[in-house]
Design a protein around this ligand. Structure first.
Ligand SMILES: C[S@@+](CC[C@H](N)C(=O)[O-])C[C@H]1O[C@@H](n2cnc3c(N)ncnc32)[C@H](O)[C@@H]1O
Length: 275
């Protein structure tokens, strides 16, 4: 049986960690916005035969993906949507401020609910790092997917990542060393009746473990459930892009369209939903 791990361990950047900066450590541990931006653009092009221009990042946090999207192409525009002003402010001061004047004109990080009817319309919309798992009822998740659907331009494509595998039903703590810090991903309290579980991110910096820097209370959704809900929300086709396997059995960060998955201990995939 293959053991796949999330994108979590695949990036190794160096920077100072003397001052604890939770968003920097989070980004280095779990995000790969440059690769993500290229991947979404490439898949849109494959499906539609033309380039996407506008990307909306739901649950954008610091808006790291939006920043990479506007850097990728002078025609790209990006909108980030998040409820929490703290990561938005961080993204504006740490990332957006470093963009060129032209790039700054093409990006907006907006404090807004992803369920709001007036989220900006886009060619590509994404909901990453499983953020939509916070919707625990079918009706609530369908309402979010329906809003993402109505806010896509004609021919738009939505991307949502999803994880699973037999390890998701265990209480586990995964540990990944990075230059200057260690990242921990802990899962507690899986309930097979509700399929809900709690997840925590801890960091060890300079010999001190800082617990529960980020915590999430999620329902674990399966791919068939998600495909059904996306179809009910109006999407015409939903494809599954499955992560390939590296020689050491972990995920290799390369996602390809599949008809069947693989029963790994832990896997990650993208659902690619066509309007
Ligand atoms: C797991 S973080 C994801 C951050 C980033 N997108 C990433 O890929 O790492 C979830 C984010 O969703 C935001 N959020 C939660 N509920 C939301 C809602 N209803 N509307 C907009 N943002 C929401 C939180 O403020 C938080 O920044």
């Amino acid at each position: 049986m293959t053991i796949k791990r999330s994108r979590v361990s695949s990036r190794k950047k160096k920077s100072k960690t003397s001052n604890f900066d939770k968003y920097e450590l989070y980004s280095r541990a779990v995000q790969s916005p440059k690769n993500d931006a290229r991947f979404f653009g490439r898949v849109y092009q494959e499906i539609r035969g033309k380039q996407a221009s506008i990307l909306r990042e739901d649950f954008c946090g610091t808006g790291a993906l939006c920043v990479e999207w506007v850097k990728l192409n002078g025609r790209h525009k990006a909108f980030g949507v998040d409820l929490d002003p703290e990561p938005l402010d961080y993204g504006r001061s740490r990332y957006v401020s470093k963009l060129t004047a032209d790039q700054k004109k093409r990006i907006l990080l907006d404090e807004k609910n992803v369920l709001s009817k007036d989220v900006p319309h886009a060619d590509i919309s994404v909901g990453l790092n499983f953020s939509y798992f916070l919707f625990k009822k079918r009706d609530d998740l369908r309402a979010y997917f329906a809003n993402a659907h109505q806010a896509l331009k004609s021919g738009g494509v939505a991307f949502f990542d999803v994880f699973g595998g037999s390890q998701c039903y265990d209480a586990i703590e995964d540990k990944t060393r990075h230059a200057g810090f260690t990242y921990y991903w802990e899962q507690t309290g899986f309930d097979p009746v509700s399929n809900e579980a709690q997840f925590h991110i801890h960091f060890r910096v300079g010999g001190k473990k800082i617990e529960r820097v980020f915590s999430y209370d999620w329902r674990l959704w399966s791919i068939p459930e998600l495909r059904e809900l996306l179809a009910e929300a109006g999407f015409s086709k939903v494809h599954v892009y499955w992560e390939g396997t590296a020689k050491d059995g972990t995920g290799n960060g390369v996602f390809r369209r599949v008809q069947e998955g693989e029963a790994c201990l832990s896997w990650i995939a993208y659902l690619v939903a066509e309007k």
